[in-house]
Write a protein that binds this ligand. Structure first.
Ligand code: ZN
Length: 94
């Protein structure tokens, strides 16, 4: 099995898979790529102070939020964040 991002060979027990509602949903990735990719957005949940991130491989909101990339030209674009439940606040992550 090979990492979908960096092409490194990974043994099956060590494979990670992209979380639901991410661009790499269900794709095998290595631990480094899974844990270290840059978040698209940070979501502040209403009921606690934890910031949940959504990245290419991780969706810590368990699919309550999802992002879609919209390209405006070949080099630029933006992420649109969609929420299942509205009373959440959204912070862009830099
Ligand atoms: Zn990798």
């Amino acid at each position: 099995m090979k990492c979908y991002i960096c092409d490194k060979t990974i043994r099956k027990p060590q494979a990670y898979f992209g979380d639901e509602e991410t661009p790499l949903e269900g794709k095998p990735v290595c631990e480094d790529c899974y844990c270290e990719d840059e978040p698209f957005v940070t979501v502040l949940h209403g009921r606690d102070d934890i910031r949940y991130i959504i990245s290419e491989t991780r969706n810590e909101t368990d699919g309550d939020f999802r992002v879609r990339w919209h390209s405006t030209d070949p080099w630029r674009g933006y992420y649109e964040v969609k929420a299942k439940n509205t009373p959440w606040r959204i912070h862009p992550s830099f």
